[in-house]
Unconditional design. Structure first.
Length: 386
């Protein structure tokens, strides 16, 4: 378990510096698109206040990138509280560094393998006793990265200041030693090297007065984004529900229209079928007229039945045996036959009970009945195929 934890710590130590450098490079790349004046106006510049004692004056310089400009010149000695009153609100938020002359520190150029870039300060710390006449505990040091060489090695510079010189400087500046975020050194031309020789325990970190408000605004922004996303989702859901209801309503209307059309088609087909059936043979009145013409006197009908193409006659007649040839010549029917035997009525008139059947003939020019059409299926969700 201990070996696994040590491996995890080493991996974190290797990954975290790389991620930090990547984020810093990404930020510098974005800021490079804006002029330094705009960066300062928008509060995005990595500016700092440089304090330098020049004779009997205290010079206050603002460093923004590689440019330094003088902001104030105050008489020396001067207290940090007095300087605080002379600065505007923007300058008060900048970290303050003391700028020492170039002779106050010892500088040594060095070449290191590229793998040392992840822990550059720790690697250079082991080289102090070989590069300088001091022990690591006797100095305060920092490292400048000067870039990579063609062979892949790193070009760095070790900047060392003896602890005794640092204590002497602290005695000279008095309360300023506890009011600074760092100590930098000139490069010989009056420009800062960009190092910090002040021990970490003595560095003063200025709290951003707007940090709490920025955090609150960031939290409020996240909450508003979440609410906006939820509102968009609710709007989409409501729109989907409305569209679904419209589709269902249209489907119901389509099914109702299809049902009504099917009902109308059924009625039309039924009426057409009845019309075709009625026109397929003579009507009942025409059958009555034809029977009245052909049946002899003394013949009475008790029942006349028409079922489909079949005609049935039941009645009494004195000439029952002659009815078949008498009715056979009619063009309205054919295949006239006696069904069963003749039965005597038993009355004084001497009539016989008969039952005749015949097949009705279609009229000339009558249409042939069409086969019924398949029922139409109404589905509001079906797709119309041309």
């Amino acid at each position: 378990m201990t070996a696994w934890r040590d491996s995890l710590v080493r991996a974190q130590g290797q990954v975290a510096p790389g991620v930090g450098k990547g984020l810093r490079w990404w930020r510098r790349s974005l800021l490079a698109w804006l002029p330094e004046r705009w960066q300062w106006a928008l509060g995005w510049s990595r500016a700092r206040l440089m304090l330098r004692q020049h004779g009997d004056q205290l010079q206050v310089l603002r460093q923004t990138g590689a440019a330094c400009e003088t902001v104030l010149e105050l008489p020396w000695p001067q207290t940090p509280a007095a300087l605080e009153q002379r600065l505007d609100a923007r300058l008060r938020t900048l970290p303050r560094h003391w700028l020492l002359p170039a002779t106050a520190a010892l500088r040594r150029p060095m070449r290191l393998p590229a793998a040392a870039g992840a822990r550059l300060r720790d690697v250079v710390g082991f080289e102090i006793d070989r590069q300088t006449p001091f022990e690591p505990a006797q100095v305060s040091f920092d490292v400048r990265e000067l870039g990579a060489l063609e062979d892949g090695q790193l070009q760095v510079e070790l900047v060392v200041m003896p602890r005794s010189a640092l204590d002497q400087w602290a005695d000279q500046v008095g309360p300023w030693a506890q009011a600074l975020a760092g100590i930098d050194v000139e490069d010989g031309q009056g420009h800062p090297l960009g190092v910090n020789l002040l021990p970490p325990a003595q560095r003063q970190t200025l709290r951003d007065p707007m940090r709490r408000w920025n955090l609150l605004m960031a939290a409020a922004t996240l909450v508003l984004l979440a609410l906006a996303g939820q509102q968009i989702l609710d709007n989409r859901q409501a729109s989907a529900d409305v569209l679904r209801e419209q589709v269902n309503a249209a489907a119901r209307d389509a099914r109702q229209v299809a049902a009504e059309r099917q009902q109308l088609q059924t009625l039309v087909e039924g009426a057409a079928f009845l019309e075709q059936t009625r026109g397929a043979h003579a009507s009942t009145v025409e059958l009555w007229n034809e029977l009245t013409r052909l049946l002899p006197d003394g013949t009475y009908l008790e029942k006349l039945s028409v079922e489909g193409q079949s005609l049935q006659l039941i009645g009494l007649s004195r000439e029952a045996s002659q009815l078949v040839p008498l009715l056979q010549d009619s063009p309205l029917w054919r295949k006239v036959n006696l069904t069963g035997v003749l039965q005597a009525d038993g009355g004084a008139a001497g009539r016989d009970r008969f039952t005749l059947t015949a097949e009705l003939q279609p009229l000339p020019g009558a249409p042939v009945p069409a086969a019924p059409a398949a029922p139409e299926v109404a589905d509001g969700n079906a797709n119309d195929t041309p």
